[in-house]
Design a protein around this ligand. Sequence first.
Ligand SMILES: [Zn+2]
Length: 172
Amino acid sequence: MYEITRKISIDAGHRIADHTSECRNLHGHRYEIHATCQAADLQQAGSEKGMVIDFSVVKEELDRQIAQLCDHGLIVDVDDEMMTGMLGVASDEIKTVRERRVARAVANSAGFKVYLVPFPPTCEHLAKHWYELVSDALQTRTNGCVHAKKVRVYETPNNYADFPSAKLIAGD
Ligand SMILES: [Zn+2]
């Protein structure tokens, strides 16, 4: 098994509404997102010969699935009524995200870049969410030859979350 890792960085704001300390405040992070990709064999022909996948292809998907939606934006929990109210998020957008449990960029009267998610935007939830998006995109793009092994999200230089956990990966 071969593996590679591509990293991107984005700046985004969030808050953890139920947190009893600092994280309750609206604040920002420079998120670092590391996507590790695996393939049983290296590619045998073409421009990616000898590679798991071109790093630039992984970067393209990380940009499409994460940066375009979240960079310099706010990541907001659909159930955080203080935030959705303050931003003027359209009620049909809230309904859609709640019912379908799918994250999406949403219209709001403040005119901000808002990414509404059906979970508290903790490092752990974001790692799982971004893993699922990137994994699906890479599998589709490579006809199942390459898959994301894990996504690691650094919220600060000292704090990060992995999804899936090393134990889950070992149990594959
Ligand atoms: Zn935070």
